[in-house]
Design a binder for this molecule. Structure first.
Ligand code: SF4
Ligand code: SF4
Ligand code: SF4
Ligand code: FES
Length: 962
């Protein structure tokens, strides 16, 4: 169901909504109201506009009934029931304001206040404290018990968490924080210790919040009605004055936030209750890790230099784009039209990526545009297009609440997609069954109240073998949904596929040995997936970043079609996108072979539409992919690059190959907020804008397009789209947009899946899931309902081809990589926040057996050598990885995780095989040679930055141009 966006629903209605077709009518203070069965009296009253005082209730949590503040009188019922825990019934007659109730409520409030520091004027919650508000509502005028009895006023504050304080002297033990941690976040990190007067909130697993199991999601802070749990930023800056709704710029969940401001200063980010992807929840990154936006490392002036060993020269925007344009034209004249290209970023908005690819195609005159999705989800685009007909996930996140079986393969949602993980865990607590297929024992395998029924810890690189073995069981044991296949899929393709997977060579007994997983477990997983009711697959980069990434995606789609688990809620194929706008950057035509909306550049009819709209002639052949750009640069053909918001020097595989290619180029233009690793090789630096400084849209993993709204002016003077417009105009290709809404209008006019998308419609709906057009004017939460986008679903053959990356006696271990909750991708943002309190270096996880045989102890420096290179990290000895497998995160450039990853890539899309590298690990005492070189180069670049000549300094510009 599509719910229209209602910005007024920020009012706390006390208890959660109930979903029932049965309406119940009751009277409250003489007024009649009908509400769904199961609704509380408190919520019904609130819907009528009647406020019943409350402290322990809030509408994001189930009612608890502990504070006794919300008492009411109900005709025919004895005593004074709590309105939060009393459900409505037909004909009920409720009184919320009687003199007896007033006395009772005042008495309860007196008790609370007698143990509360009366420092309201200096309290950080002053003006936004529910205790204060309720004291006013009940008309408290005196506290007869005095303040001299036993109290908690001297309890010590816990300030250990970098983002919020816990001041127990203000705690009213309402339990909201404990329930928020359980119900909303699913971490169960809080508990109430002691009884009665001794009751206190405690963080489990540590002396204080920082050392506890708390993951800093902020749900408890949000739920706390007093200043007991309070953001440090509010303590420091005071209560905010206004707010702007925007979208998180970290992961592909796309959480909606209220950016709460005081003047031009951001005070806090509060998850938006109306957010259709997050429903008022958040993780530590979106909620707290926004300090990078005003970090002193921000570069806010355009800069140019002739050579990368020259100091930078600050210049005006005009001078910078004029210089960049003249260099690009010089290179094209000297080396040919195809000697330059551009890279779009999944961190930027749809409008910005659209403009970069337009600039490349229309102003550069070639199709040399690619995006960072090349190195993450390009196999999703290919695999789902081949099988289902559309390069996108099939469901909404909310769909998981209808799933009976959840299969997570090659994804780690609690670290990489935390808010979705909380929803998934909620569904597990309701009884859904979980299968995890991952080489590593990820958190989901064993969470509180939600253990995986099966964890198939396969060897890295064997996903396709595993998927084929699962398919074999489904076909040979008669677990197919034949009616679905007959009605919805291509018969001949299905026949070929079922014959193929039925072969003995694809049995779990044969392939299980390759995967390193017991055949019985594979059979059990296949049976559970095929017969356990609604079954949904969630996958991530652990599927795509392989030499057979596209094959694995097709294997997943095959499983869903074979069991009829697609085309309704609770099922489907769900790629969990890494960055905030991976889906959008792909949708916007960032790939060299596709125009916006995934239309091939060779299609004359489509090309003609763009040619007419853009007033240019477009090249009909696909341009260079990122790896081809590097190869061509090393061969001397590719000389210039416009790179917006992407750090290829850190994020792409085989770092030494990448940096050699960058060094071979003559003009690299980087548009970013920091001098990132790629910018160290750049000749022009255009200051980027953070997500707080611009308007636009992001599209999350559910195809949900959400508004990004400017909350402050760009520190560098231009939003990124304005920088691209300036560059296009300097190149002689006119672009005239006054606002990103005009860019979206152009996108909608040229992209059939976006026809009904506009800023006005986004305002009306809150967000929209594409396709959004005449056939689906309000968007499409679930895809492929009646038929597949391509008509009939197409089973694809998925023969298992082992990766060329093999272990041998020299490289006997398999390295795989992933993320951690507190850091994000290349870490450029999160490394510049307090999140380093949780993760300030990348470590190598190694199984105790492998560690012991190499004499490695926890914390030792270890050298990791592969066929591509060497690096050094500290060891973490852990049973999370199986023997023979090692694992690291890649958030710090000096870790050099990509120095060791190889050039192997997906056969269809060139997505790098980050997840499988044969390595040897040994104890060492010095950094690797690469790390020493990196450090020297980095220090030198930092020095050149610090020595930059400021705008207007004599002689410098002439020097650059010589
Ligand atoms: S911040 Fe989140 S994880 Fe930590 S205690 Fe609060 S609700 Fe639990
Ligand atoms: S910390 Fe806040 S939410 Fe938790 S029990 Fe105390 S007052 Fe209630
Ligand atoms: S889950 Fe993702 S989108 Fe949501 S707050 Fe965290 S990082 Fe941002
Ligand atoms: S709000 Fe109902 S008992 Fe606390």
């Amino acid at each position: 169901m599509i719910t229209l966006f209602d910005p007024n629903t920020d009012i706390d209605l006390g208890t959660p909504a109930r979903d029932s077709q049965v309406q119940v009518t009751l009277n409250i203070d003489g007024r009649s109201i009908s509400v769904p069965e199961g609704t509380s009296v408190m919520r019904a009253a609130a819907l009528l506009g009647t406020t019943i005082p409350k402290l322990c209730a809030t509408d994001s949590l189930e009612a608890f009934g502990s504070c006794r503040m919300c008492l009411v009188e109900i005709d025919g019922m004895r005593g004074y029931p709590a309105s939060c825990t009393t459900p409505v019934s037909e004909g009920m007659n409720v009184h919320t304001q009687t003199s007896k109730l007033a006395t009772l409520r005042r008495n309860v409030m007196e008790l609370y206040i007698s143990d509360h520091p009366l420092d309201c004027l200096t309290c950080s919650a002053n003006g936004n404290c529910e205790l204060q508000t309720v004291a006013g509502q009940v008309g408290l005028r005196e506290v007869r018990y005095g303040y001299d009895g036993d109290n908690h006023l001297a309890d010590q504050k816990d300030t250990s968490n970098p983002y919020f304080d816990y001041d127990p002297s203000k705690c009213i033990v309402c339990n909201r924080c404990v329930r928020a941690c359980e119900e909303t976040q699913g971490t169960f990190a809080l508990t109430i210790t002691g009884r009665g007067f001794e009751s206190r909130v405690a963080a489990a697993g540590g002396e204080n919040f920082l050392d506890s199991e708390c993951v800093s999601c902020g749900a408890c802070v949000q739920a706390c009605p007093t200043a007991t749990l309070m953001e440090k930023s509010v303590v420091e800056l005071g209560q905010p004055e206004r707010s702007v709704i925007t979208t998180c710029a970290y992961c592909g969940v796309g959480c909606s936030f209220r950016a709460e401001m005081k003047g031009d200063q951001l005070v806090r980010m509060v998850p938006d209750k109306n957010g259709q992807a997050n429903h008022g929840h958040s993780c530590v990154k979106g909620r707290f890790a926004w300090g990078y936006a005003s970090h002193p490392d921000r570069i806010t002036k355009p800069m140019i230099r002739k050579h990368i060993n020259d100091p930078w020269q600050e210049v005006s925007w005009d001078e910078a784009v004029t210089y960049a344009a003249s260099e690009f034209r010089r290179l094209q004249q000297k080396y040919g039209r195809d000697s330059i290209g551009g890279i779009t970023s999944s961190r930027c908005t749809n409008e910005e990526t659209y403009l970069v690819q337009k600039l490349v195609r229309a102003a550069f005159g070639n199709n040399n545009v690619d995006t960072c999705a090349r190195v993450c989800h390009s196999p999703t685009g290919y695999g789902l297009k081949q099988t289902l007909g559309e390069s996108a996930g099939t469901q909404s996140f909310d769909s998981v609440m209808q799933a009976d079986v959840i299969l997570v393969i090659g994804a780690n949602p609690s670290d990489a997609h935390p808010v979705f993980a909380s929803q998934l865990k909620r569904r597990l607590r309701e009884g859904a069954r979980l299968i995890v297929i991952d080489p590593r024992r990820i958190d989901l395998v064993d969470t509180v109240h939600g253990r995986a029924e099966l964890h198939l810890a396969l060897r890295p690189g064997t996903n396709v073998a595993m998927l084929n073995a699962l398919a074999h069981v489904i076909v040979t044991e008669g677990l197919l949904d034949q009616a679905f296949i007959d009605a919805r899929c291509e018969g001949s393709d299905f026949a070929r596929w079922s014959e193929f997977v039925s072969r003995a060579e694809n049995s779990p007994e044969v392939l299980g040995a390759i995967c390193g997983v017991a055949a019985a477990d594979i059979r059990a997983a296949a049976r559970l997936y095929a017969t356990g009711g609604n079954a949904a697959i969630y996958y991530g980069l652990g599927v795509t970043e392989h030499s057979q990434g596209s094959t694995a995606v097709m294997g997943i789609a095959n499983l869903a079609m074979a069991t009829g688990n697609i085309g309704r809620e609770g099922v489907g194929v769900n790629p969990l996108r890494g960055q905030n706008n991976v889906q959008g950057s792909c949708d916007m035509g960032s790939f060299p072979h596709e125009l916006p909306g995934y239309r091939h550049i060779s299609n004359e009819v489509i090309r003609a539409q763009f040619e007419q709209a853009w007033n240019v002639t477009l090249q009909p052949d696909p341009g260079l992919r990122i790896p081809n750009m590097f190869e061509s640069a090393l061969a001397g053909g590719f000389k210039g690059l416009y790179c917006q918001g992407e750090d290829i020097a850190q994020s792409d595989p085989n770092t030494q190959h990448v940096t050699a290619a960058l060094s071979a180029m003559e003009c690299i233009v980087v548009q970013d907020i920091f001098l990132n690793e790629t910018a160290k090789f750049a000749h022009v630096f255009l200051p980027g804008a953070s997500f707080l400084e611009k308007d636009g849209t992001f599209t999350n993993a559910e195809r949900r397009i959400s508004r990004v709204r400017k909350v402050m002016e760009p520190l560098g003077g231009k939003a990124d789209w304005e920088g691209t417009v300036a560059l296009a105009n300097a190149l002689g290709y006119p672009m005239n947009y006054q606002h990103p809404s005009e860019i979206m209008d152009e996108i909608a006019s040229l992209t059939p899946t976006f026809t009904n998308v506009s800023y006005a419609e986004l305002e009306r709906h809150g967000s929209l899931q594409w396709p959004c057009n005449a056939a689906a004017p309000d968007g499409t939460p679930t895809m492929h309902i009646e038929e597949f986008v391509r008509g009939k679903g197409r089973f694809m053959l998925t023969g298992y081809v082992p990766t060329e990356e093999k272990v041998n006696s020299r490289y006997p271990l398999l390295l795989t990589t992933g993320r951690i909750l507190s850091q994000y991708n290349v870490g450029a943002q999160t490394r510049r926040t307090e999140n380093v309190a949780w993760h300030d270096e990348d470590r190598l996880e190694i199984h105790p057996t492998d560690a012991e045989s190499r004499g490695i102890n926890e914390g030792d420096w270890v050298g990791i050598g592969s066929r591509a290179g060497q690096t050094v990290l500290r060891a973490r000895v852990s049973e999370r990885v199986a023997p023979g497998v090692v694992y690291t995160t890649f958030h710090f450039p000096e870790s050099g995780a990509n120095v060791i990853t190889t050039d192997n890539s997906d056969w269809a899309t060139n997505c790098p095989e980050y997840k499988v590298t044969a390595v040897e690990v040994s104890r060492v005492y010095h950094p690797s040679e690469w790390q020493k070189r990196y450090q020297e180069f980095s220090d030198e670049q930092q020095r050149l930055l610090e020595q930059r000549r400021h705008e207007g300094s004599a002689g410098a510009k002439a020097e650059v141009r010589r």
